[in-house]
Design a protein around this ligand. Structure first.
Ligand SMILES: CC(C)(COP(=O)(O)OP(=O)(O)OC[C@H]1O[C@@H](n2cnc3c(N)ncnc32)[C@H](O)[C@@H]1OP(=O)(O)O)[C@@H](O)C(=O)NCCC(=O)NCCS
Length: 317
């Protein structure tokens, strides 16, 4: 338990709730993650059980919480993280419904902006906040691409590619991680080795690699995990072509029981027709379309190989 001196050192802002009680804003810590996931669930949104931890390791100064002083309840969350040095990605923007509309979100936002500075920033907007981001927060609709959010409680796998000669889909192990990181870098044009190591090691998750057995090279990889609403979510799924992507998704779903037992959520770039076809073959329903907003420019990546983005809160890819 932190002493009051230690706590004071961490506080970066403070305010008062509608009932007169006090709250403060500070950087998020690993121990805040379960409550942050509760806040996110309270606003009806989902996130991987251990995904915040992975990104928190990469940019610990990019995560913020608002906390009620008298009992330590986390009442609001926000992140603006640099994994890609070119662009901060903003996510996890939420205040528990009971406390909304009293300036807590804006206080968190100001602190996050201090971290992001005047560098390029991006986010996936829920449709109801798109106008706010564009008219009040300096974001622009520069990118025509959107993210389609699919979900299904009962997946059909019959139509997916089940097998490709000479391609093996195997659990990501230590020997493959460096090759997977190099593969990822060829698609995104920056190295996210630290993040991927964390993601591949997440609990309640599965990471698979597709290997060309003729030459031992990685031709794709994919991850699936449990989230805070007790369904499975996939991402990233990156692959050389549609067939390999399907094979990876088939293996993720059939080897991660939760997906078939409780359902799957998946975020797909609309510019990749093969990715949309996979969602359709699985019998998934498009639930929402998320615009990709940026403040200055659109970071580039090889979208033809992105079948499922890493995670909507923390990454444009
Ligand atoms: C979005 C959310 C975090 C805002 O928190 P909040 O504490 O209720 O917001 P505040 O009281 O600080 O701010 C409210 C005002 O600031 C505006 N505002 C909110 N965020 C803003 C931002 N980032 N930049 C500029 N203005 C903003 C709002 O439009 C509102 O303006 P109004 O009073 O003229 O209507 C909160 O409403 C929420 O949790 N929503 C559900 C979760 C969600 O959809 N998150 C976004 C995912 S992309």
């Amino acid at each position: 338990m932190a002493t009051s001196r230690e706590l004071n050192d961490k506080i970066i802002d403070a305010g008062q709730l509608a009932d007169g009680s006090d709250y403060h804003v500070r950087c998020m810590e690993m121990s805040d993650v379960p409550e942050a996931l509760e806040v996110w669930k309270e606003v009806g949104l989902y996130e991987g059980l251990h995904t915040i931890e992975s990104f928190l390791q990469v940019d610990p100064e990019g995560f913020f919480v608002a906390v009620r002083n008298n009992d330590g309840l986390v009442i609001g969350t926000l992140s603006g993280v640099f994994v890609d040095p070119r662009t901060a990605f903003i996510g996890l923007y939420a205040v528990r419904p009971k406390f909304q509309g009293h300036g807590i979100g804006m206080r968190l936002w100001q602190k996050m902006l201090n971290h992001v500075g005047d560098r390029n920033a991006g986010l996936h907007a829920v449709p109801k906040l798109q106008k706010t981001y564009q008219e009040k927060a300096g974001f622009k609709l520069l990118d025509e691409r959107k993210i389609f959010e699919y979900k299904s409680m009962s997946l059909r796998t019959d139509d997916l590619v089940h097998k490709i000669d000479n391609i093996a889909v195997v659990p990501m192990d230590e020997n493959m991680i460096d090759s997977a990181i190099a593969y990822d870098e060829r698609i995104l044009f920056y190295n996210r080795g630290k993040l991927l190591r964390a993601i591949f090691g997440e609990k309640d998750a599965l990471a698979l690699a597709a290997i060309d057995q003729d030459n031992g090279k990685i031709v794709g990889y994919g991850c699936i995990k449990k989230n805070n609403i007790d369904t499975a979510m996939s991402g990233p799924v990156y692959a050389e072509n549609d067939a390999v992507a399907e094979l990876i998704v088939f293996n993720l779903i059939t080897k991660f029981n939760l997906a078939q037992e409780k359902g799957l959520n998946m975020m797909v770039p609309d510019c990749n027709p093969g990715a949309i076809r996979i969602a359709q073959k699985l019998g998934m329903i498009k639930h929402e379309e998320l615009p990709r907003l940026f403040t200055k420019n659109i970071p580039d990546a090889d979208f033809d190989k992105i079948y499922c983005i890493t995670v909507a809160n923390f990454s444009p890819f």
